[in-house]
Design a protein around this ligand. Structure first.
Ligand code: TXA
Ligand code: MG
Length: 331
């Protein structure tokens, strides 16, 4: 067995907090049944206690010990797991999780991740792992071990699994009690189009339906780089500006603009994989503003737009005067 995987497993079994790779972003993981370890996650992130955590499991069988799956939720799990889909289901009585994990809700968000190292840790430890993204609350999510190190959080161990393959946090869905509706709580790598294709049902967004459930963490500030973010920028930029490019950018390179190329061939999947790394990198370059070229909005583009709009809104909020009520949940 890989020595680093062994250390990760032992650290988790001894109430430690470990940053682990998943196919979406790096997670800050702890034994979901251990109150002490889960509390440490909230403390390291500075995360509001009312924002619940996703629990990661090896497979559907393990998930069913923790949550109650309706036939439709089970179908979603069997189509998309292991993979970047989180399913919110009623919490099973006696599941034994630390109450901090669910933040007082009677539902639980569950996911079986596909990353081989994460799978190994889940199998070898036998644990269900509570794991939010491994960034300080409100900051840009990490897609590389170096991003976690750079955050300065005093985690007990970092398992380095290279760059995350998908690059955006999992899609979160919840099925209505009558099994007729699927609500989208957070867009992500598993697209609405794919979910509709697999189920034959129309996916509803919280924005389209006031009664739809929301992810507490999706309400407000998130994904804030230090630089200001400006979206949909076309045309030339001043020298020294930061640019998230999508498609060829020969001119900008020549004119002293600091360019991070999301995808030279304008591929949305590649842009999704590279978005957070680009925000981290441009912040590291010390640019004051990050201009973003127009990006597609269908397929995984929906998740790209979601994350970028939050990043841009955050910078708008912190530069303006922010009413007390607008503060809130972060992830
Ligand atoms: O890809 C991912 O999902 C990553 C990796 C590490 O798995 N994790 C992640 O966790 O993004 P976090 O904590 O950054 O985001 C979890 C989101 C939050 O918005 C939280 O409010 C929501 O899931 N959530 C958790 N439990 C919930 C529940 N019972 N009902 C509704 N939303 C829930
Ligand atoms: Mg997060």
């Amino acid at each position: 067995m890989r020595e680093d995987v062994k250390i990760a497993v032992e650290t988790l079994q001894r109430w430690g907090v470990v940053a682990l790779p998943t196919e979406t972003v790096y997670g800050l993981a702890a034994d979901a049944t251990n109150e002490f370890a889960v509390r440490k996650i909230f403390e390291l992130k500075g995360r509001p206690r009312r924002n619940p955590l996703i629990v990661h499991v090896k497979d559907l069988a393990r998930a069913e010990e923790i949550g109650v799956f309706s036939p439709l939720s089970r179908r979603l799990a069997s189509v998309f797991w292991p993979g970047p889909l989180t399913i919110v289901v009623p919490l099973r009585e006696g599941a034994g999780l630390s109450p901090l994990v669910t933040a007082g809700h009677d539902t639980i968000a569950l996911r079986a991740p596909a990353h081989p190292l994460m799978q190994m840790v889940l199998s070898l430890s036998g644990l269900a792992l509570a794991a939010p993204s491994a960034n300080r609350s409100g900051a840009v999510s990490p897609t590389e071990a170096a991003h976690v190190r750079g955050s300065g959080m005093a985690v007990d161990f970092i398992l380095d699994g290279g760059a995350a393959e998908r690059g955006l946090e999992s899609t979160i869905v919840m099925v209505s009690d009558d099994e007729r509706e699927i609500f989208l709580l957070r867009p992500g790598p598993v697209t609405v189009e794919a979910i509709e294709g697999a189920t034959g049902l129309k996916v509803k967004h919280a924005a389209q339906d006031e009664t739809a459930p929301v992810a507490p963490g999706a309400l407000h500030k998130h994904y804030a780089p230090k630089a200001r973010v400006r979206l949909g920028v076309t045309g030339a930029l001043a020298p020294g500006a930061g640019l998230l490019a999508f498609g060829p950018e020969a001119q900008a390179h020549a004119s002293g603009v600091v360019v991070y190329q999301l995808s030279e061939r304008a591929d949305p999947e590649e842009a999704a994989r590279r978005l957070f790394a680009g925000l981290h990198w441009l912040d590291g370059q010390g640019v004051e503003e990050i201009a973003v070229r127009p990006l597609p909005s269908s397929g995984v583009g929906a998740a790209l737009q979601d994350r970028l709009q939050r990043a841009a809104a955050q910078t708008a909020e912190t530069t303006g005067s922010e009413p007390e009520t607008a503060g809130g949940e972060q992830g």
